[in-house]
Design a protein around this ligand. Structure first.
Ligand SMILES: *Cc1c(COP(=O)(O)O)cnc(C)c1O
Length: 344
């Protein structure tokens, strides 16, 4: 008898990618793969996405970008501010770097000079999120420094980017104005960025007018919809979490997955799919949970905790909504005790 399994579907991933590409066109997809591809695994998904025509990949940090680089020759982007030794490795592996502070820009220029290479940078304008990025009042100086480095051969200003709050349309509109203003300043100063990118999944999907030439999408490619957001046409969750029935009692069934596998114990009450239809989870313990019984329950049967919905199970976002978090969190918190199996 096997334990809990997270089944991950290559064909669902391919369908999602092509639905996203169609929806975004002519904006191009940059597939975001932080947290080991949202907990679903970089090793299989990079080659799969490259075969499906993805030409840009994003790794957040340089360590992830290097793992992606080992699997594809397509453009790889890393935007975490990183130490000098890592910058050097990124330059040696032709990683595009997101740069959002003067100190980091200086480090990148120094390392490119030492390597005798031209590093592709994407300058980040802070459009209101205040997480990272040049403030509008620092932008002119950042542009001057980057373009001087471009003329001396250490830098290519390949892009301008920012990140939206996605909290309200009005805020995102304001952010876009700040963004386009920054782009105009760069172009006036003689820059010619290849790509402009501002939007992640939700804004890119619902607000075409905000898209740049590139859209950084993670969640929707894996079929993870926004919390409290509507279902997404043509997209489905690419992962299905199942666990075995271990014991059948008079009116309840014990199932072999619990809090130690990474499930929040406050998921109690969720309706999951069993061979007898959906049933509520009554209790979550360390290594197991108790589920309301069904007719014909037997040891060895499997229940579906989340998935694309084909058996009536919730998706990861529906579970997340019960505990006030996001679908990504439900998936990435599953521990290595949950076996990952990639199927077609
Ligand atoms: C995670 C991330 C994304 C992707 O966000 P999704 O909502 O998963 O599409 C895009 N851009 C940045 C900077 C990110 O950190």
């Amino acid at each position: 008898m096997t334990g809990p399994v997270l089944e991950i579907s290559r064909s669902a991933f391919r369908r999602n990618i092509s639905a996203v590409q169609r929806r975004l066109a002519p904006s191009e997809l940059l597939l975001v793969m932080k947290d080991d591809a949202y907990g679903l695994g970089i090793d299989w998904s990079v080659p799969e996405a490259a075969a499906a025509g993805v030409t840009w990949f994003g790794g957040y940090d340089i360590a992830t970008a290097l793992r992606i680089r080992a699997l594809t020759d397509q453009r790889v982007y890393a935007w975490a501010t990183s130490p000098r030794a890592e910058i050097a490795e990124a330059i040696a592996s032709d990683i595009d770097l997101g740069v959002g502070s003067a100190a980091y820009l200086d480090d990148v220029i120094v390392e490119a000079g030492r390597a005798g290479a031209r590093v592709r940078v994407h300058l980040k304008i802070d459009t209101g999120l205040h997480r990272n990025g040049f403030r509008p009042e620092q932008w002119r100086e950042a542009v001057m420094t980057a373009l001087a480095a471009e003329r001396s051969g250490t830098v290519a200003v390949a892009g301008v980017w920012s990140h939206l709050a996605e909290a309200s349309d009005a805020e995102d509109d304001t952010a876009q104005h700040v963004f386009l203003d920054a782009v105009a300043q760069l172009v006036d100063a003689g820059g010619s960025p290849e790509v402009l990118h501002l939007t992640a999944s939700a804004a890119a999907w619902w607000r075409p007018e905000l898209r740049g030439s590139l859209s950084r999408i993670g969640a929707f490619c894996y079929g993870i919809r926004s919390a409290d957001g509507p279902p997404l046409d043509g997209l489905s969750l690419i992962a299905r979490l199942t666990a075995p029935v271990e014991q059948v009692d008079a009116d309840a069934v014990r199932v072999g997955i619990g809090a130690f596998h990474g499930l929040p114990s406050i998921l109690r009450g969720a309706e999951i799919a069993t061979p007898g239809g959906t049933r509520p989870v009554l209790r979550i313990d360390g290594a197991s949970m108790t589920v309301a019984s069904w007719e014909g329950a037997e040891v060895g049967q499997r229940v579906v905790l989340f998935g694309p919905g084909s058996a009536g199970e919730p998706d990861a976002t529906a579970l997340a909504e019960r505990v006030d978090t996001v679908g990504e969190e439900i998936i990435t918190r599953l521990t290595p005790a949950v076996r990952r199996v990639v199927i077609d």
